[in-house]
Write a protein of this length. Structure first.
Length: 141
């Protein structure tokens, strides 16, 4: 997703772009400065970050923008929802919820692209463990 944002920032200055990212907390949040720098340089980019399990030192408005999870209702209220193309990447439960929610909200499936990823915590243990991950990227038992 970051490489897509880099491409947009470098070659499509007139394209309105919303980069919405979810992480557990500041300990698992990668490349925030780089992403925000790209959005600032681009001029038509915005960044919003959600922490589902903020650490004690994490504060909305400082380390991240919102507590909780990315939701379809938030996307409807804060992005050009009716004209948007959605590029989603994350664990299967997140994608099922967002793709299903976007479809239910009237977004044509041709405007939704998604890729499933497993977090390192789960992927590293999957070979020797159950190989099944929960919504937090932890190995399910």
């Amino acid at each position: 997703m970051v490489s897509m944002l880099e491409t947009v920032a470098a070659g499509y200055p007139d394209l309105e772009t919303h980069f919405v990212h979810g992480a557990l907390n500041s300990a698992t949040h990668a490349m925030d400065r780089h992403v925000r720098s790209l959005a600032t340089t681009h001029g038509r980019g915005t960044v919003n970050t959600f922490y589902s399990e903020p650490l004690e030192a994490d504060a909305a408005g400082y380390s991240h923008d919102h507590d909780g999870f990315i939701s379809v209702s938030w996307l409807k209220e804060n992005t050009p929802f009716e004209q948007a193309d959605f590029y989603l990447c994350g664990p299967r439960p997140l994608l099922q919820a967002l793709v299903g929610g976007l479809s239910a909200a009237g977004v044509d499936r041709k405007h939704i692209q998604s890729r499933t990823v497993r977090t390192r915590r789960c992927a590293d243990r999957g070979v020797n463990g159950t190989g099944v991950c929960d919504e937090n990227g932890l190995e399910a038992h």
